[in-house]
Design a protein around this ligand. Structure first.
Ligand code: MSK
Length: 667
């Protein structure tokens, strides 16, 4: 379908310069993008769907429920609260399933590596031994790969555990939190079992009580956060290296005019890591040169991008909302995709160019794409086949436009271990300095900005929230596509300290760290759980995660995974703020999630639409926690209005070069 406008007109507040530039250059384009579809739809969402009261769990409906109207309950009698709670729970189950299936692949890849098969090695032996201890594995006097094999096998068994024993990694949580879970009977057992059980409980005619469903979904979400996601993060670190601060670049400008551009999109780092190795292979480079290119340029999209950005400094071309834009540059020879967050439209956009979409996972095929199955036992050969195909496309490249101004320096790679060193120094690695800075008020607290980006709200949303938080001396942790979008506006650089309140700026400048710390992909939100636990363990900030002056937000969430993440944070005692949640058509359930659940779990959900309102809630909650801890000192709070924001200048204005090169510890 031909579209005559340039694509920017009428789009939902696009401020991203590279997106605007690509759409403008595309001119009379022969493809449509999500921005066109947003405009065509007008985003008039179904009221029942968007408030969680449309039930289609059986064939008597679909039933559209109106809370409080007797004749508008389900044919089966289900109330708005039951329907919305079931729907919410199914989102948690789907999100957990996605993280779990990803994690299982990582564990299988880890076992392959432990057996000495495939191109990877165990890189972080120290972390291997620490995780082995969690699984009661003896390490002394044993070969590294032997330990790794036992760890991999025990980890794999956690997915299918049929006993009523809790997941091993729950014991990493603060003791008080474990006790809360025990008393509520929500300690997750087998990871798969919790997903299956929740799907069963939300089937027609099973769990009819929103409180019970919420606790069931908490159990499932915990199986994600403290089970599958945490396993995936930890084993990936052990295999590919625990991230340390690394300088890199993000945005569409990372594509190279003279090289074979291959983007890796999705979530699983096994293939991406193999592609990184293959792209440096002499045979592949010779092939690229024969095709007229000067080399092979790998670039990430979405969370696969975050994985290789964190560990290898490979640039990220695009976050979720930019995936079509990356193709619209006309400069990509192949977009290699695995699982999750791949819009079906990429195959349609690619048709207008020489680009091939290459699917690599049997679970995720797409019309219009080429399929090259990734085999973890033959990882390097799979990667070489993919690259050979991409190289073959280089000569077919037609007109292309790579944005010239959009390539921003970032410093990434803040694992929870790095935070130890960053503030504590190499010889005093601990969370003590972070806790001390929070107690003395230089850092008021910690705000996590996580999750997706989305076409519904302005793409400035993450930036507005982050600027507000750092201005109020709140240290920001970021993951997923939110982190990429904050990188695009210059907030992942030490120079962004200039946008902080005085005391946070002082800390950042002393340490040389950015005020927004990139902690990885969406699976890596589990790093935040461990960081929070370390803060509790260090002392002085209470004895549970719920005592910490810390809060998270996923303002532009899109995926069901974000709901699972939000719920595992709440179930772990950390408050979250979402921009919307499809529960508001059910009065009691919605009120329970936003208030009543506090009595059970020590944290609750918050919903607020405007970015500044989200920031205000985060600041208020952090200050309330400080009051409760007795560490507050009176100070003026600063909330930015639009005029003050304008005074700050454009995104990234005035930020010079990062001034650090390659991988380094910042302690
Ligand atoms: S990729 S789940 S859009 S963060 Fe992890 Fe980004 Fe959200 Fe997908």
């Amino acid at each position: 379908m031909a579209v005559t406008r340039n694509g920017c007109e009428g789009c939902n507040d696009i401020t991203c310069q590279s997106t605007i530039e690509v759409l403008e250059k595309a001119g009379e384009k022969t493809f449509t993008t999500a921005y066109d579809r947003v405009k065509a739809r007008g985003m008039a969402a179904c009221l029942f769907g968007s408030t969680g009261t449309c039930c289609r769990h059986c064939n008597m409906g679909p039933c559209q429920i109106i809370d409080g109207v007797e004749e508008m309950i389900g044919i089966c009698g289900a109330t708005a609260d039951t329907v919305a709670a079931r729907h919410f729970s199914r989102m948690v189950a789907a999100g957990t399933a996605a993280h779990t299936d990803h994690a299982r692949e990582m564990v299988r890849g880890f076992i392959t590596t432990a057996k000495g098969e495939g191109p990877h090695q165990i890189k972080d032996v120290d972390k291997l031994k620490k995780l082995a201890a969690v699984f009661n594995i003896v390490t002394e006097g044993r070969e590294v790969n032997d330990i790794a094999l036992e760890l991999g096998q025990k980890a794999l068994a956690e997915f299918g555990n049929q006993e009523n024993t809790p997941l091993s990694m729950l014991k990493r949580a603060p003791a008080k939190r474990q006790e809360i879970w025990r008393k509520l009977g929500i300690e997750p057992r087998g990871v798969d079992r919790e997903v299956v059980e929740l799907m069963h409980r939300t089937h027609m005619g099973v769990d009819q009580e929103y409180h019970n469903l919420t606790m069931g979904s908490a159990r499932c979400a915990l199986a994600d956060g403290w089970g599958s996601s945490m396993l995936s993060t930890e084993l990936t670190d052990i295999m590919f290296g625990t991230p340390v601060p690394t300088r890199a670049v993000v945005d569409l400008g990372v594509l190279r005019p003279d090289q074979v551009n291959v983007t890796v999109h999705g979530h699983e780092p096994l293939l991406a890591e193999a592609l990184c190795i293959a792209a440096a292979d002499q045979e592949m480079l010779a092939l690229a040169k024969k095709a007229g290119a000067t080399g092979i340029n790998l670039a990430g999209v979405c969370c696969t991008g975050n994985e290789i950005l964190m560990r290898r400094g490979i640039p990220v071309a695009a976050g979720f909302v930019q995936q079509e834009m990356a193709l619209a540059t006309g400069a990509i020879e192949a977009m290699v995709v695995d699982v999750q967050c791949i819009m079906q439209s990429v195959a349609q956009v690619a048709k207008s160019f020489h680009t091939d979409i290459i699917t690599t996972n049997y679970r995720a095929k797409m019309d219009g794409a080429i399929h090259i199955q990734f085999d973890e036992h033959e990882a390097l050969n799979s990667a070489k086949r993919i690259l050979t195909h991409a190289i073959g496309n280089f000569k077919k490249r037609g007109d292309f436009h790579i944005p010239t101004k959009s390539k921003l320096d970032v410093v990434v790679g803040f694992s929870h271990e790095t935070i130890n060193h960053m503030l504590g120094g190499r010889f005093r690695a601990s969370y003590r300095p972070l806790n001390d800075n929070i107690i003395n008020g230089r850092i008021r607290g910690v705000g996590a900005i996580v999750g997706c980006d989305n076409f519904k709200l302005s793409d400035e949303t993450h930036e507005i929230i982050a600027r507000e938080l750092i201005k109020n001396n709140i240290l920001v942790l970021a993951t997923g596509c939110a982190a990429t979008s904050l990188g695009r506006v210059g907030l992942l650089r030490p120079e962004a300290a200039q946008f902080c309140g005085e005391s946070l700026a002082e800390v950042c400048e002393t340490v040389g760290m950015p005020p927004v710390l990139h902690m990885g992909s969406c699976v890596d939100n589990s790093r935040i759980l461990i960081a929070a636990t370390e803060m509790v363990r260090e002392g002085g900030l209470g004895d549970d995660i719920s005592d910490l002056p810390a809060i998270g937000t996923a303002p532009l969430w899109m995926s069901e995974k974000a709901v699972a993440i939000g719920h595992y944070f709440v179930a772990s005692g950390a408050q979250v703020v979402f921009q919307s949640l499809p529960v508001t058509g059910a009065k009691q359930f919605s009120k329970y999630l936003q208030e009543g659940i506090m009595k059970d779990l020590g944290a609750h959900w918050n919903i607020a639409e405007a970015p500044l309102d989200i920031a205000r809630i985060m600041i208020e909650k952090i200050e309330q926690k400080r009051d409760a801890l007795g560490i507050n000192k009176k100070r003026d709070r600063v909330l930015f209005d639009m005029a003050m924001r304008r005074d700050l200048g454009g995104a990234g204005a005035g930020i010079g070069d990062v001034g650090c090169h390659g991988k380094q510890h910042m302690g």
